[in-house]
Design a protein around this ligand. Structure first.
Ligand SMILES: *[C@@H]1O[C@H](CO)[C@@H](O)[C@H](O)[C@H]1NC(C)=O
Ligand SMILES: *[C@@H]1O[C@H](CO)[C@@H](O)[C@H](O)[C@H]1NC(C)=O
Length: 304
């Protein structure tokens, strides 16, 4: 039946019902949680920010031990605390502790350094080579009270899950001893992705150039996916070690008397085999800071 052929009263009745239906629909959409939950990330990504910030989206590049579930994480502001001796004497601890998410690397301690590095830890990115160091203090790192998320990166030979991956086996054992521990490992695909990013950014093949990526590299790649804003503490830039009378600090804040940071960096940068390209990585970080909300503190970076 055609609406136009209806008597006028019926027409206005239909028009009124239509208006009521549309208003109801608007009310339902406004008040239901789901649509706004779905819409926000879309607006966040395409309209208001340049960065690939995807709240609530499980990350398939990192899976839990032993359940193999993807990492679900997101944060408005992540403060990344470097392990550098630059952290010493800056008193940044209270400022760091005010950040909703605090990321550290490897086994860098907070105990005894609270005023400089803060007390809280929400996530640690850990190199496969540092796992034995964590396992020296398993209760401290994986005990019930610690809800820190651990993300362990490493090459397939150490991380394979078929019983032959020596580091994976250690983590599996730890997850049995500490069932509440939140331990994730980087998938093989994600490791390849991180290598691919290095090649894309530097034009050099990581394996052919005989180098290893640093824990800082994996940390920044993860943070750019998970954090809306990133504050990095204690990281030097790529020209720092060339500046006159730069500050000589220990390579790690918790290893007093160890080789000075710049000496360690230069050694690694020129090592024909087995080094980290720390300085090259820093120049890539400076580039990323132009398209992501990344800020550097103590020392600050002047990003053009
Ligand atoms: C683990 O929790 C204990 C007790 O809350 C705390 O003293 C310790 O610093 C925590 N360890 C880490 C690595 O955060
Ligand atoms: C790098 O660090 C040095 C020493 O802190 C500083 O003088 C220089 O301006 C920095 N360069 C950039 C690009 O931030």
């Amino acid at each position: 039946m055609n609406v136009l052929s209806l008597p006028p009263q019926r027409k206005s009745l239909i028009a009124t019902s239509l208006i009521v239906a549309v208003s109801l629909f608007v009310v339902v959409v406004n008040y239901s949680e789901k649509p706004s939950f779905l819409f926000q990330p879309v607006f966040g990504e395409t309209l208001f920010s340049k960065q690939p910030y995807k709240p609530y989206k499980p990350h398939l590049g990192y899976v839990s031990i032993p359940k193999q579930e993807p990492l679900k994480l997101n944060c408005e502001l992540c403060s990344i605390v470097s392990s550098s001796g630059q952290m010493l004497g800056q008193g940044a601890g209270p400022q760091i502790d005010r950040s909703p998410c605090i990321w550290r690397m490897n086994n860098a301690p907070t105990r005894g350094f609270e005023n400089d590095v803060g007390r809280r830890t929400t996530l640690r990115v850990v190199s496969h080579t540092s796992v034995p160091l964590l396992l020296q203090k398993p209760q401290y790192f994986f005990g019930q009270a610690n809800d820190t998320v651990y993300v362990v990166w490493g090459p397939l030979r150490n991380m394979r899950k078929d019983g032959k991956g020596i580091v994976y086996n250690m983590l599996r054992q730890a997850s049995e001893n500490y069932p509440h521990a939140r331990i994730y490992v980087t998938t093989e695909d994600r490791m390849n992705h991180c290598d691919m990013v290095f090649k894309k950014e530097t034009g050099r093949d990581r394996i052919q150039s005989g180098s290893y990526l640093s824990t800082g590299w994996f940390t920044l790649i993860l943070a750019m996916d998970m954090c809306k804003e990133i504050h990095i503490y204690g990281m030097i830039n790529d020209t720092y070690c060339k500046t006159e009378d730069y500050k000589k600090v220990p390579y790690h804040y918790y290893e007093a008397g160890s080789r000075d940071e710049c000496a360690e960096y230069l050694l690694h940068e020129s090592a024909p085999y087995g080094g980290h390209r720390f300085i090259t990585e820093k120049s890539v970080f400076a580039k990323w800071a132009k398209s992501h909300a990344i800020k550097f503190f103590n020392p600050p970076w002047q990003l053009s």
